[in-house]
Design a protein around this ligand. Sequence first.
Ligand code: PMP
Ligand code: GLU
Length: 397
Amino acid sequence: MKLATRVTKIKPSPTLAVTMRARALQAQGKDIIGFGAGEPDFDTPENIKQAAIKAIQEGFTKYTPVGGIDELKDAIITKLKRDNGLTYKRSQIVASCGAKHTLYNIAQALFEKGDEVIIPSPYWVSYPDIVLLAGAKPVIVNTTASTGFKLTPEKLEKAIRKKTRAVVINSPSNPTGATYSLKELEGLAEVILSKGILAISDDIYERILYDGLVFHNMANVSEAMKDRCIVVNGVSKAYAMTGWRIGYAAGPENIISAVTEMQSQSTSNATSISQKASVEALAGDQKTVSVMAAEFEKRRNYIVGQLNEIKGMSCMKPPGAFYVFPRVSRLYGTGYGGRKIAHSVDLSEFLLEEAGVAVVPGSAFGNDHHIRLSYATSMKNIEEGVRRIKAVVKKLA
Ligand code: PMP
Ligand code: GLU
């Protein structure tokens, strides 16, 4: 059966694919350590679950306004003021079915054939495909370890052409953890404002920051920049709520209203029960967020130390998010038992089959020299996983 061209241009999310493959192998009884999923291993905090249970018991199980209930919009407004010092009105907020859905809808509302969207690489796997699904062209701008995998104003300026509509900034970044300082954002904002493009700021890892680092968002730079910025966030990562599917955007009224209209003809509202749970997550007690972040920090310190002991791997200490992105290309050209390692996919296959360890190839993020490991898994799994990686990498010659 013939499919629409737009579908043939995209691929399934590689991060979700690795996770599902690892789960399928586990279901067959295979002993697999999963470093694939970018998903907190913690349970959703109790106060949030209770809010959802209460919503069900009170019969809050019907359609809600398309862009979210006022109570949720107010909780988002409270959060943006409390954590980011940003002021928004209800008409500037929309809640969707996860931040991925928010980003998809923003792209659909803003971009079309002929438009270009700048995506710094390494990038989260879904950005290019979301832009492609809108009929626009993702323009990948490579960043390197020498700038901490961050986009510089010079690189941004060079990539902007007449057709450029926006740049995506993801800080802390998936997969590198790279986090922009206010000064660095100011440099980028100068280019963005002078060229009249938009910034899409994906802040989903904002609360998972280490070494006492303070988060800044592009909209913090100036009122002028705030007017050209769409802030995207969600509850998945900070509150261990990946399955609840709530994301949101804050930004210029006309963009928010276009996204809301699109939702009214596609998904309608995000789940009513999840909306109530997210009110508690965003406006309720925030203690659990720092408890989880402190645990991630311990794991980061351990895994970075261990990976750097492996010959052929070198790993930057990420300032945020819950991923490590070690450089592994020194292992390319080696092999074991008839199996050759030529790129990040080969190495990932080798680790899965020989060590029972699931990782995501760097090529999925636009940089084939690396692989990504998510340390959003127990310390016990991390210890066993790195022990296995060490043992099998030693066999490569
Ligand atoms: N942005 C980034 C950078 C992510 O890693 C994710 C993780 N899936 C998302 C957005 C989307 O998260 P969700 O749809 O679960 O809110
Ligand atoms: N963002 C997570 C990751 O990168 C979840 C998977 C996905 O949504 O693609 O692993």
